[in-house]
Write a protein that binds this ligand. Structure first.
Ligand SMILES: *Cc1c(COP(=O)(O)O)cnc(C)c1O
Length: 449
């Protein structure tokens, strides 16, 4: 323990030449904090250290403190919309527009025509209504916020019918019954786990209810002896009984997934056509934009929603609004499939994917090529997948290999199937491909040596 007494004083460390670059990069206060922490640790564990050692260890600590924990990763998992990997990557035009807004002042809440205060909601409303035919539109922070806001505004202390077939939990603890409770709406459960009939609604609506909530099954699928009435039927009945219909659509497809060999994912336009009063969905799932929750529907209802005090707490920022509207312009001009990464990945031809996998194998000089499946993910199209070609490695300790890949800069996320490590070209973004191959080549050569 006496040796611990010999640790150099903080002042003496600060005087040393080795400290100058640290002080320049990190500032006096932070450097002192780092020196203190390193010395405290040494004292506690009864260790000693030279001034050089302490400065060197402090440098690592300082780097750790000032490096973002949020970093880009390379998604080789083949899951296109991966909630843990930040969902949709943005299109180039979307990113440029967000940057454009980020570095300047802007007219977020300023009406340029009259030179007075304006509303931030106008920036996405026009494009959303044009694109979908909805009467009105409103953007909030995410879809969970959208659901909460709709229920709080229109159904607090009132009854809301929800089918037991739709009592879903999305990842991250978003559960329909919990959100209902939070909003103050009274949940009325109808139907059974596997089957829901129109007469279930009819019976429940013998007593007045404010709303029928239809939630997209999102990340699960009911198979076997199942049934659910159509949205049209539900809307007609509910309206006859004086109840509103709100559709939590989850993913918000604006393009038909069926044209890419996938099952048909319910589309925003179809919900509105079926007669729902309100529909909500995420901005960063199949829409392919930044995180947002989009509410579309009857103007009269949206007017109430936007005036609710909770709307202020859930409002989107300028970058979100810039990103959502720019992403939507790609749909308006028919360029979504060409410009939006999520749709580029979905529409990528199997021939091109096969060529890329083959190329990778040649570049790396090892691995096998097999046919496999890419997943859509992100609480849309449960179980649904697209044919792909995978680069496969049969390795001794696949878990350890995956861990090494995660430790790279940028980290690579791959997946294991049947004990093999798999890489899917579909989800590797073009600008990351060469970097991916370089890292993988190095990791493989270290692994084999
Ligand atoms: C994903 C999803 C949500 C949550 O949306 P966030 O944008 O993540 O808040 C809510 N409902 C359904 C049906 C979903 O699929």
């Amino acid at each position: 323990m006496t040796e611990a007494m010999h640790l150099p004083s903080i002042d003496s460390l600060l005087q040393l030449e080795n400290s100058i670059p640290l002080l320049e990069s990190f500032g006096h206060e932070l450097v002192v904090d780092a020196f203190r922490q390193i010395e405290d640790e040494k004292r506690r564990s009864g260790k000693t250290g030279t001034a050089e050692q302490i400065i060197e260890e402090s440098k690592n600590l300082l780097l750790d403190w000032t490096t973002p924990t949020l970093v880009p990763v390379i998604n080789a998992s083949g899951v296109i919309l991966h909630t843990n990997l930040g969902r949709a990557p943005l299109s180039e035009t979307t990113y440029q527009e967000m940057k454009n807004i980020a570095v300047s002042f802007n007219n977020l809440e300023y009406d340029l025509e009259i030179g007075k205060r304006g509303k931030r909601s106008v920036h996405a409303e026009q494009i959303l209504t044009r694109l979908t035919g909805a009467e009105s539109a409103y953007v909030v922070n995410n879809n969970a916020a959208a659901v909460l806001l709709v229920l709080t505004t229109l159904a607090q202390r009132k009854k809301v019918l929800v089918s037991r077939t739709q009592m879903v939990e999305i990842g991250g603890g978003f559960r329909i019954p919990d959100v209902m409770r939070q909003s103050g709406a009274k949940l009325v459960e109808i139907g059974t786990t596997n089957r829901l009939h129109l007469y279930d609604y009819e019976n429940a609506l013998q007593e007045p209810a404010a709303m029928v909530l239809c939630a997209h099954h999102s990340n699960f699928k009911i198979v076997g002896f199942t049934s659910e009435p159509s949205l049209e039927e539900i809307c007609a009945l509910a309206h006859r009984k004086g109840a509103l219909v709100f559709h939590d659509l989850g993913s918000g497809a604006l393009l038909d997934t069926a044209q890419y060999g996938l099952p048909h994912e319910p589309m925003v336009q179809e919900s509105l056509k079926a007669g729902v009063d309100l529909v909500s969905f995420s901005g960063d799932k199949l829409l392919g934009g930044p995180q947002a929750g989009i509410i579309l529907g009857k103007k009269e209802l949206l007017d109430k929603i936007t005036k609710h005090p909770l709307a202020r707490a859930l409002r989107p920022d300028k970058l979100c609004l810039a990103g959502i509207s720019t992403t939507l312009f790609s749909y308006l001009t028919g360029k979504a499939e060409k410009e939006i990464p999520v749709w580029q990945m979905i529409s990528l031809s199997t021939t091109i994917i096969h060529q890329r996998a083959k190329q990778w194998k040649e570049v790396l000089g090892c691995g096998d090529i097999i046919e496999g499946r890419s997943m859509i993910g992100g609480g849309s199209l449960p179980d649904e997948s697209l044919p792909t070609t995978l680069l496969v490695f049969e390795l001794n300790k696949p878990d350890k290999f995956l861990k090494i890949l995660r430790e790279q800069n940028p980290p690579i996320i791959a997946r294991i199937e049947n004990g093999c490590v798999l890489f899917d070209p579909r989800t590797i973004l073009p600008h990351q491909e060469s970097c991916f191959l370089e890292i993988l080549k190095q990791v493989l050569s270290d692994w084999n040596s």
